[in-house]
Write a protein that binds this ligand. Structure first.
Ligand SMILES: [Zn+2]
Length: 493
């Protein structure tokens, strides 16, 4: 015999003999396997749902949402409902929706005021150290999201998109859980191009994002109580690229018998249209960038441009121009035009993006960065992307700086952000980013004050460094490290 308790979001059963509560159903959650997994994770489940936990009695391990007193003995409970302060979401360095319009969206630019907290630390040349850590997820090649997915509190997910594994961080147990796919769920693997997902603006409970998979666009859902997930098909096709959003539209490239085509729809996924993309390639795309009302996908062979209401336009690069996509991404000139770095066989140059006959500006050496956060070796480039770098310290000629994340701040004239500095590196930038092991690297915040956050011996494949923000920390993950390094931030506004 069990009593049934109904809260606004859940149904609980109370065993009349043991006095224990069991979650029978909760809004948005698929079937709940309470006996199997949830027991070991009751504190996490209670926080996730906003339920109550015992404080001074042992009558039950968990109580329904809103319970303030134990129904058996009348003692006070820890009532978690309404206790959580909302924290900013994180959907990958390239996915901040709050960056202003005049900054390209889709590049590693964050609107979170990271600098205000990090610049409180001792300035360079003092070498700092990380002050928080968490184990790397078991499948370490992944993208991270910190969101609430319609629940009262935020949780961290790590999607290993090449291995069809979704991982969930239980912050109370300090453990990663693998979420088992539910019946008929679509495979989450996406391997043809750079990964990128589209977060949902007002998620229903358990709703994560619109995600690309090798077999189509899907809506990803989680059930963190039973530790399961499912992907619901939205558009079935072999996807060629990650999806992008511009104004009230979403779009994605896919492969058809007739060549590469584009799927587009309104943000609510209504009014689907399929458009031809000419000779655009079927894989190998960077994640899209939206700027000036257009979506832009970059590829080693050229660029694909799309403005809602017009046909997509495939523009191969000018003859002899080979882009250096790994150097970062598009950057802006003072007049707001977008440019990308590449090599012509003779020299490096920036060429204007989105134009049939682009203007080009020759430069004397490689420049790493994106979105006006650019470096020539150890020196910042502050004016036009092709202008002479700003040499503050001649010693920095011996180092090479790789920007990871720009912090966007309206009140600052000079860009600030998170970078890696390779010390005593005089080789080519291409080699540092590819296979070479760099003996000494520092993680630095460049801003009003430069702060050395940490030091990394023997780093290779630096482009796999993945910054994210979760639980008032800036974290840095690399698939080769067995722990993720974190630096505490003041409470973000
Ligand atoms: Zn009690």
């Amino acid at each position: 015999m069990a009593y049934r308790w109904e809260t606004p979001a859940s149904v609980w059963l109370e065993d009349d003999k043991s006095g224990q509560f069991e979650l029978a159903a909760s809004e948005g959650l698929s079937r709940i396997d309470w006996q199997g997994q949830a027991r070991a994770r009751l504190p996490d489940v209670a926080h996730l749902l906003g339920a109550s936990l015992p404080s001074t009695c042992n009558c039950a391990r968990i109580y329904p949402e809103g319970f303030a007193f134990c129904p058996t003995c009348g003692r006070a409970l820890v009532k978690l409902a309404g206790q959580v302060k909302s924290q900013p979401d994180w959907w990958g360095p390239w996915s901040d929706q709050f960056v202003p319009r005049h900054v390209p969206h889709g590049l590693p630019v964050t609107s979170l005021a990271l600098g205000d907290a990090l610049e409180e630390r001792p300035a360079a040349p003092f070498v700092g150290r990380f002050d928080a850590s968490m184990p790397a997820p078991p499948n370490a090649q992944c993208v991270f999201a910190a969101g609430s997915y319609g629940f009262p509190t935020q949780r961290l997910l790590a999607l290993a998109y090449t291995r069809n594994v979704l991982q969930y961080w239980d912050p109370l147990a300090q453990l990663w859980h693998l979420m088992a796919p539910e019946d008929f769920s679509v495979d989450l693997t996406f391997s043809r191009s750079a990964y990128g997902w589209l977060p949902v603006a007002n998620p229903r409970r358990g709703e994560v994002a619109l995600i690309p998979t090798d077999k189509g666009l899907c809506r990803l859902w989680i059930n963190p109580v039973s530790e399961t997930c499912r992907a619901e098909p939205v558009f079935d096709a072999v996807l060629a690229s990650a999806p992008g959003a511009v104004r009230r539209h979403v779009a994605c490239l896919f492969v058809s018998a007739a060549g590469t085509r584009m799927w587009t729809a309104h943000s609510d996924l209504s009014q689907v249209e399929l458009l031809d993309c000419g000779a655009a390639p079927a894989s190998g795309w960077m994640r899209p960038i939206s700027y000036d009302g257009r979506l832009l996908w970059l590829h080693q062979m050229g660029q694909l441009l799309w403005q809602p209401g017009a046909p997509p336009q495939w523009l191969p690069w000018p003859r002899g121009f080979s882009p250096r996509l790994e150097f970062g991404g598009p950057t802006q000139s003072r007049d707001g035009r977008l440019w990308h770095i590449g090599h012509t066989g003779q020299e490096y140059s920036f060429i204007e993006l989105g134009k049939d006959n682009p203007q080009s500006e020759a430069i004397s050496g490689a420049r790493l960065g994106f979105a006006n956060f650019l470096f020539r070796r150890g020196h910042e480039v502050v004016n036009e992307p092709w202008e002479v770098e700003n040499v503050e310290d001649l010693h920095e000629d011996d180092s090479l700086v790789l920007p990871l994340l720009r912090g966007f701040n309206n009140n600052r004239s000079q860009p600030s952000g998170l970078v890696l500095r390779f010390h005593k590196y005089t080789g080519r930038a291409e080699e540092a980013l590819a296979g070479r092991t760099i003996p000494r690297t520092t993680v630095e915040w460049i801003g009003r004050r430069n702060v050395i956050l940490d030091e990394i011996p023997r780093l290779s494949r630096p482009l796999e460094c993945m910054p994210f923000v979760y639980q008032h920390c800036l974290w840095l993950h690399h698939p080769d490290w067995n722990q993720i390094r974190g630096w505490r931030l003041e409470e973000l506004p």
